[in-house]
Design a protein around this ligand. Structure first.
Ligand code: SAM
Length: 268
């Protein structure tokens, strides 16, 4: 797939900011396992408008350095605002296409990439790019979703049908919303010794992240209309809206699969 599935929309920027905030505690738990990051050089590939920038800034500390890269200037402008607002003095941002990267070879002690394989569907090329930029002994961290746990209670059949349609749209565009489950194998096939952990969050009634299927339906509308007609899609969206407006309905997120490995063989 040559272009990013969800590029260039305000709703997408908002979605990514919310998503980054929701998953920050999960990222912090993983960095705690990886160990002391003080003084390290970290790269967040495809950081979007926030990604792991706050986490990596704290992890590497004042002697460390964080670079956030993205192909989309608009995303990085948003990220720059956040970096300034949070006073992240050790964070720099740079436009870079990960598939033709101009970043320093072997220049990073930790590389993180989240939700990149799912929309782009170029896992092997992506891995090759990350491995070229990692310093010997460095750590590669990948995070991707798996749909299995993305549910509502009481069940919300329209929302679940919308999720299935979104998942089909990812596949039709060359991506895979269930990319998470393949991560350990991907790393293992490069001779690495991967570790894996997963996180599923409970979302209370009214939590804004419950609306993720609706946000995707807006961002992906042209793609969804390749799979269904406008009337059916609008009915599905309206039914999902109604289901999610129920003040008692809570949900669970998709599963965040985190897999990481140290280059050079030994697990962290
Ligand atoms: C689903 S978003 C994930 C953003 C961020 N990693 C996060 O988890 O919040 C995918 C990001 O990849 C960026 N992207 C797409 N193609 C890229 C490429 N070839 N090189 C670098 N970034 C790219 C997009 O601009 C977007 O910000």
């Amino acid at each position: 797939m040559s272009e990013y599935l969800l590029a260039g929309q305000d709703t997408e920027l908002e979605r990514l900011r919310l998503q980054s905030t929701v998953w920050e505690p999960a990222g912090r738990r993983l960095l705690d396992l990886i160990g002391d990051g003080r003084g390290r050089r970290a790269l967040d590939v495809g950081c979007g408008c926030l990604g792991w920038l706050r986490l990596l800034s704290a992890w590497t500390g004042e002697l460390g350095a964080v670079l956030g890269s993205d192909i989309d200037k608009q995303m990085l402008e948003r990220a720059a605002g956040q970096v300034e607002e949070d006073g992240l003095v050790n964070v720099r941002l740079m436009v870079d296409d990960l598939f033709a990267s101009g970043l320093e070879r072997r220049g990073f002690d930790l590389i993180h990439a989240r939700f990149m394989i799912a929309p782009l569907g170029r896992a092997e090329e992506q891995l090759t790019s990350h491995l070229a930029l990692l310093a010997p002994g460095g750590t590669l961290v990948l995070e991707e979703p798996d749909c299995a746990s993305w549910r509502f209670n009481a069940p919300a059949p329209a929302a679940e049908r919308l999720i299935a349609l979104i998942s089909d749209a990812f596949l039709a565009a060359g991506g895979d919303f269930n990319a998470g489950r393949a991560l350990p194998t991907l790393l293992h096939d490069r001779g690495l010794t991967p570790r894996v952990r997963t996180e599923v969050l409970a979302l209370d009634p009214g939590h804004p992240y419950l609306r993720l299927p609706l946000q995707f339906a807006t961002a992906l509308r042209p793609r969804l209309l390749l799979l269904t007609d406008a009337d059916s899609l609008d009915t599905l969206i309206a039914d999902t809206e109604r289901e999610l407006a129920d003040p008692e309905r809570w949900g669970t997120t998709f599963t965040l699969v985190q897999s990481w490995a140290r280059v050079g063989g030994r697990p962290d």
